[in-house]
Each structure stands twice: as C-alpha cells, then as structure tokens.
Write a protein that binds this ligand. Sequence first.
Ligand code: UDP
Ligand code: MG
Length: 334
Amino acid sequence: MTRRLDSETRLTVVIPCYNEEAVLDALAERLGAAAARWPCQWEVLLVDDGSTDGTWAKMEQLHRQAPRWRAVRLSRNFGHQLALWTGLQYAQGDVVAVLDADLQDPPELLAQFFQEWQAGWDVVYAVRAKRQESFFKRLAYKCFYRLLAYLADIPIPLDSGDFCLMDRRVVQAMLQTHEQEPFIRGLRAWVGFRQKGVPYERPVRAAGKPKYTLSKLVRLGLSGILSFSIRPLRVATWFGLMVSIFSFLVGIFTLVQRIWADQFARIGLGPVPGFATIVCGIFFLGGVQLVCLGILGEYIGRIYENVKGRPHTIVAQTLGVDERSPPGRPPGPS
Ligand code: UDP
Ligand code: MG
C-alpha cells in the first residue's frame, strides 16, 4: 500500500512539556527548520503538564507568533503519559507525531518516518540504538525493556520510546482503550496495524534538567509491566510453591536426622537446637508472603483506580485548539 504525504495531509506534532521554559525556543527553531521541508500541512500541539515556570507564557508567545503552535494546559502536573494521552485526544491530524520537548527526539528524523508512512506503515517508532546517558541509566533501561518483553503478553518492541509517527486510525484505536494509567508505547503495540522501528542515536537533552524523576520512572516501569502482564502474579505462586517444597524437604530431613541421630552425629550432622533454622524460616516465609501480598496489592490498586473511572486529566486552558470535546471524553463545558 502506498499513500502520499502532500498538501492535503494534516500532521499534528504532540509535545508534552513540564517546566520546559529553557528549551521551548530551541525546539521551535529546530522544529520550524525541519518542517520547512515537509510537504504537508502541519501544526504543533503542546501540552503544558502543570508547569510552574514560564512554560505557559512561552506557549502563548509561540501561539501569537504562529497560530499553528497550539496548546493545552492541564490543571496540574499529571505526568508525561497522561499529558501525552490528552495531546492524542486533542490531535486532529491525519498523521500524528509524538516528540519530547527537550530535543532528545530529533524532529529531523520525522522526514524518514514520513517515507515509511508513505510506504504503508501505520506506526513508525524510533528505536534507541544508542543513548548518550549515564552507564547506570543505560543499564536500567536495557534491563527494563528486556524484562518487559519477557513478561508482556503481547510483543512490545525493545528500546522503543514514545517518539513515533502514527496514522490517525492507530490513534483512534488507542483512544478506545480506557486504562486509567495508559502505558502509551505498550498500547501502541497492542492496537496492532503495520508497525516499523527506525533505529537512531538518542542525544542528551538540549537544556534544563530531566523532568522524569526516579520515582516517576519507577512508576512508568511498573505501569508498563503491570498493565501488559499478569505473570508477576504467577511468579508469586511459583515462589510460594518453591518455598513450600523446600520446607517440606527440610521437614523430611529433620525427621530422618532424628531417627538416625547417632549416624548423623558421626558425620557431623547431628541434631542441634534449631533456633537459627526456625528464625530464618519465619523471616523467609514472612518475606515471601509480603512480596506476594505486594504484587496482589499493585493489581488490586489498579483495579480500584480503573473502577473509579475518573477522567485522565483536567484541561484548564487552551490556545488555538478546537473547543469541541476531544474523542474519548464525555461532552462538557469547554
Ligand atoms: N514530562 C511531562 N510531565 C512530567 C515529566 C516529564 O510532560 O511530569 C515531559 C518533559 O517535559 C519532556 C518529556 O516528558 O518533554 C520527557 O521528559 P524527560 O526529558 O525529563 O525524561 P527523560 O528523557 O529523561 O526520560
Ligand atoms: Mg528527555
């Protein structure tokens, strides 16, 4: 299948921003320069994820200078995934691109994504072949994506982030899911269609500090694993089973040891008051039970969140955005 990206096609570039005042000018410049070569109509949808610096003022300025820079302001910091989700809900383009604000996802790469889209791929996602980040961070990412791929019930491509180009159909399909804590790169894989990865080297952020704190990263990782796999629950079962078998064997050994106490004493394995064994056993079993309860708790917590059915985010203000209710949201006053 081939299709053309021409002057009839509308592209929306969705960019979630949290305290990105320092980088927005550079972003506008780089993106503008790259876009000068794009054959399609394009617009940018910035999502201000409750920034506390001058990010919104910068967005207003960008919108005044060029109305194709549109913006949605969330009422507080909801986190990157939910900000991006809101952006996808408001994106009107026939094709939708997703970028980070900090220029770690080079806008120049989109030209290559367009080619793949024209060749019939519905999702073109970037694969981080190399990262210019600290050793620890690289190792953590590497382990996480491999663990996720192993645990997940559907194939989720390794080392792919949210940086991608998606056909309208794909976005619409993703928005039909109603998860309270959407793990977007996972849902993107889950909806199917024709998907292609494009490797790239991920540069360091252009300016400012990372807005993903360690706790936000852990939360993202947990949300990825828990929303795409029930295997951790099975791990708990296996773990419990193994411990039970082990304690059963220890029980048999103790019995045998009692019966042939003299023989065991001769080889230095005679019965001794089993204080240490008992204490170790209690702590070990206690630990296993707590781990299993914790795993159950994570899932139950998620069920609870989903049952509440709250909207993903609250939009406080918009700039140049169609005020009609975005898809996936109940109609309400704008
Ligand atoms: N971000 C956001 N809300 C948050 C944290 C981050 O919208 O609570 C945005 C941030 O502005 C950036 C993108 O998510 O555009 C990626 O964040 P960051 O660069 O800090 O993450 P990293 O690249 O270190 O994983
Ligand atoms: Mg970054």
